[in-house]
Design a protein around this ligand. Structure first.
Ligand code: SF4
Length: 149
């Protein structure tokens, strides 16, 4: 890999664009994502920028137990994100359905059944520091050799 390629990979690892989607949560995990944006955790100091345009995103954060209405919508959203990309689920809901997974409910976890998931952060809800560190470790893997491909 040339110097320029490795420089580009390094820069990309420090400019991570994230978009997030709630596919049926209690909002507890969404509040923890919002806490990452507040001055205490200040996600932008790590080069992570949150916005809701999937065409500009590198990482998709997903909260919620996956309501059936998201069947096509989440796949469409995933298709709009350009390569290289990764999906990270936040909390227990996208893995097991958590408190929503009971008889007669309309949820269909895990999210990994519907789109490929790179990492899952357990917890109900997980801490902002866990969300931050997972995004950083996924991004460094995502862009490590990207320019060489
Ligand atoms: S994991 Fe817990 S806090 Fe997060 S959306 Fe599910 S029930 Fe709410």
């Amino acid at each position: 890999m040339s110097f320029l390629q490795s420089l580009k990979n390094n820069v990309r690892q420090r400019s991570i664009h994230v978009c997030y989607v709630n596919v049926g949560s209690c909002n507890g995990c969404d509040i923890e994502i919002l806490a990452c944006l507040a001055p205490r955790y200040d996600i932008e100091q790590y080069g992570i920028y949150v916005h809701n345009n999937p065409r500009e995103a590198d990482i998709l954060l997903i909260t919620g137990a996956f309501c059936e209405q998201w069947e096509d919508k989440l796949a469409d959203l995933w298709d709009k994100i350009p390569e290289p990309k990764a999906a990270v689920t936040i909390g227990n809901c996208p893995v097991s359905g958590c408190v929503f997974n009971r008889r007669g409910s309309f949820v269909d976890p895990p999210v990994s059944k519907h789109i490929p998931v790179t990492a899952s952060i357990p917890g109900c809800p997980p801490r902002p520091t866990e969300i931050l560190s997972t995004i950083l470790s996924v991004a460094s893997e995502l862009f490590k050799d990207y320019e060489d491909k």
